[in-house]
Design a protein around this ligand. Sequence first.
Ligand code: HEM
Length: 416
Amino acid sequence: MQTIPRDSSLDSTLDVVREGFPFLWNRTRRLHSDIFQIRLLGMKTICLHGPEAAQLFYDPARFVREGAVPRRIQTTLMGLDAVQTKDGAMHRCRKDAFMSLMTDQSRRQLLQLLADEWQAAAAQWEQQPEVVLFEEAQEVLCRAACAWAGVPLKDKQARRRARDFGAMVDGFGGVGPRHWRGKRARTRTENWIEGIIKKIRKGKLPVVKGSAADVMAYLRDADGQQLDARMAAVELMNVLRPIVAIATYITFAAVALHEYPAYRGLLRATHEDYTEFFVQEVRRDFPFAPFLGARVREDFTWRGCQFAKGTLVLLDVYGTNHDPRLWHNPNLFWPDRFRNRPISPFDFIPQGGGHYENGHRCAGEWITIEVLKQAVTFLNTGLRYDVPAQDLRYSLTRMPTLPASGFVMRNVRVTG
Ligand code: HEM
């Protein structure tokens, strides 16, 4: 039996806080190993890095998600007992519901709604001396997501609802006030969406067949039980909240356009799909999900290392996307790296790895890519704007993170 290399620290919890996104990657390098052991909140935890380890992590015969997501993340980011925490038939049943929303036609509808929202928003921006892109994008995404999902949203509520979705994401890595803000935002939003689910079930709110609101309102678990109204609300929010969260990537994309203006021309001129390379590089280079957790289903051995039932295992998302063995010059923003580069389900994992249907890979990855491509094209060719001096730095120790200024744009003009 091989001994798993150990981190020298007695307990790494504070180091995670201090080092942030690169915490696991720092130890992979220090210990010269894609597998190592730490203590987290006093618990033995096995850490995995890289594509081969990701393939292991996404084997549902080896790992379960039950008991792997801390309560503080469930009460802010994703909701209690949601799809992310399910295994086997229970997971499959819920995941199928999410994947049913991702047809070509359905995604096209979302993009059309978004195109209209971007135009309407930009017309407003022309009247203002300056706008903060992150906040504006959250609102645009929230309006379009609600319309697409069949959730009525009053005009004057859009900004507040968008902020609440944002606060849930922001709250997952926070302590104290930031965490409580995320929890309060979740409670408020669950109350709102639960009311909508109840109205749909009573026939008081008509919904389009196959829309997210319809699918979640009538979803049954693998045991045949309809989700209670709160649970249905939580899952409907698992469609709305992450769409609003794409605002983070849009903000990073705007920073990249600003800091590497040479790409603006390539994005306009090139015949191949350079926009795709550009947004893939945004998802690779800029930090969002740091790592993912699962628990060992039954005892097994991998590469001579013992995995005992129930052990917490972390997969390094950020580090795998910044490993020079996989990505030449990984800290350089360089979209061309995606030209002719085959991507496996395990070596490029900003939104998780493995497969969509039977694993936990993000249900909204195609949407994220398409929404980002549309936003990059809009910023690059649909608008002209000045970028005043501001703080565009982002911290790698804050989770989630964002350019400090949120990307301020001045003198916005719609072109074309
Ligand atoms: C799961 C990231 C956008 C819906 C995940 C996971 C990550 C992730 C890291 C966990 C994968 C795992 O546990 O193995 C992101 C990021 C996004 C994004 C960074 C963009 C900002 C979306 C969108 C949707 C969505 C737009 C839906 C419209 C989901 C769902 C799951 C999930 C339902 C749970 C999947 C499961 O447990 O089977 N996402 N996501 N996400 N995402 Fe996303």
